[in-house]
Write a protein that binds this ligand. Structure first.
Ligand code: 5GP
Ligand code: ZN
Length: 138
């Protein structure tokens, strides 16, 4: 998806409407059109990058500088007991819109959102073997 065809670029530039809650020269934040809880918000850089690893670290820092303040406001306004900050990268991870964005999902105790969290235990030596492979790519 090119930046020209990107729905989030169009929202950021005002070509397509969205219920915005915050914007400045770096980021735009607006309510998700298909929320999984009231106040579900998306925060994205104005500049088009597909995934976290495509985004320059300085810009990631600028996004995260704003994320805490926005997340706190979302949580306070919705009376949330907590919130998740999520970033889906790639189709397998559930990324539908190829413009880097962070979900802020306000949570209530016992709301059942993300009830399925398929946790398991590593077998003997497996965590160390995986870590060794990852470290080679860093
Ligand atoms: P992803 O699955 O890519 O991490 O999340 C994309 C999110 O963008 C989805 O939760 C979806 O509901 C939201 N979304 C997609 N198109 C629009 C739109 O045109 N306006 C708004 N406000 N949200 C959108
Ligand atoms: Zn874009």
């Amino acid at each position: 998806m090119s930046a020209q065809e990107c729905i989030f670029c169009k929202i950021a530039s005002g070509q397509i409407p969205a219920v915005k809650i915050y914007e400045d020269e770096i980021v735009v934040a607006f309510l998700d059109i298909g929320p999984i809880s009231d106040g579900h918000t998306l925060v994205l850089p104005r500049q088009h990058f597909e995934k976290v690893h495509n985004c320059p670290p300085e810009l990631l820092g600028q996004i995260w500088t704003r994320l805490g303040k926005i997340a706190n406001a979302v949580a306070l306004a919705t009376g949330a007991d907590g919130y998740n900050v999520l970033c889906n990268n790639g189709r397998a991870a559930g990324q539908i819109v190829d413009h880097l964005h962070f979900h802020i999902v306000p949570r209530k105790a016992g709301d059942g959102v993300f009830a399925k969290w398929p946790s398991y235990k590593y077998g003997q030596g497996r965590a160390e073997a995986i870590a060794e492979k990852i470290i080679k790519f860093l």
